[in-house]
Design a protein around this ligand. Sequence first.
Ligand SMILES: Nc1ncnc2c1ncn2[C@@H]1O[C@H](COP(=O)(O)OP(=O)(O)O)[C@@H](O)[C@H]1O
Ligand SMILES: [Mg+2]
Length: 392
Amino acid sequence: MASPEVANNYYMAAKRKLEEGDDLAAMSLFEKAAYEYIDLKREATNDYSRKTYDDRKNDCLNYIKQIKAPKKQRISDGNNVEKITYNVEFPQTDYSCVAGMKELKEKIDDLIITPLMKPEYAEYDLEQSSGTILYGPPGCGKTHIIRSIPGEIKKRTGQRVGIIDLAVSDILDQWVGSTEKHIKAIFETAKQNEPCIIFFDEIEGIGMSRSSHNSSYGKRFVDELLKDISKIREENKRVYIIGATNHPASLDPALIRPGRFDEAILISPPDFDARKEMFELYVGKLPYSNDIDYKQLALLSEDFSGADIKKVCRDAGKIAKKRAIRNNTKDPINQNDLLVAIENTYPSVYHWYDEMEKMLKKGKLDKIFAKEIVELIESSKKRRFNNENCIQ
Ligand SMILES: Nc1ncnc2c1ncn2[C@@H]1O[C@H](COP(=O)(O)OP(=O)(O)O)[C@@H](O)[C@H]1O
Ligand SMILES: [Mg+2]
């Protein structure tokens, strides 16, 4: 039996630890409290208690998320001056988990990997690029490929490149009042650990904060970011900044003017070859029969994002598992399971296309993004229209 007293004690102790700055202890206590509240909710006899315990559990999870999110450590320098350093990570995944995206991989070589790993060739560049923004519909691999760059460099060159990986939406609230300090800390950490990549995921969060209630806060964030980017350039540091966004219309235009983030690259849904590779990758992780026709799967999944294709494979796995349990066999996934899963999946990028069309109509999409997005939507529409005509 769970006890409200035990849960509340954990909860209060966690908050005390948080105030004392002992994040690790706070996180472990919030975790214990969350488990107690989950049990309490399960055992509750009325809706009111169920809701109260559920709210508390969510509260605990939010605290845990906040503690984890900034991936920073506070270090005292001995004079009671607090210094913040951000965690530099060295993820192991490389391009073997990233299907397709051939052109993007080549671009990443030119823009990021070569300058970071072969600085002795910098004299050939009229200008050094230090920042790129990837934009496009959700689920098409922006976050996925960026996180695999350090592992890819390690595989090819044997050298370690770190990444400071920050989801902007997670860090914004915590930075109110100390934005500059945090951005400086990120860039300092990166410089001390060069070669290093700074990754601002969901970077549009910065722009959003600028247009929301606290406008000066967003502006300070952008200004400091731009200042630090140009400093990296001046000091010729081997630090590269990448931003990713599904919401280019919300991006602060100040970030994409020339001389700031120099490139904005559209990440489109996977093409035929990429989809085929993706099916091979994800079906390959499951027990599968020898009737799988990857070409057919790729043909039938036009406009699917990487995340959609992963979902199709997951769903097919579920269908096959149910059948195997029912028949008490270990029969693998077959082509039909995948076809059924494809049939039941709606391409998630269509919602994004609708949203972008609205933004275009309202004139809210910067011309840097507009042209390629219009082309992407038009080509998808043309294909869909042609397909419908073929069926009739
Ligand atoms: N090219 C790809 N190769 C393999 N998996 C992919 C690819 N693109 C997307 N995925 C899968 O889809 C998921 C969502 O992709 P993600 O990178 O989070 O999308 P985005 O950041 O563009 O919204 C990834 O975690 C990955 O499992
Ligand atoms: Mg993402």
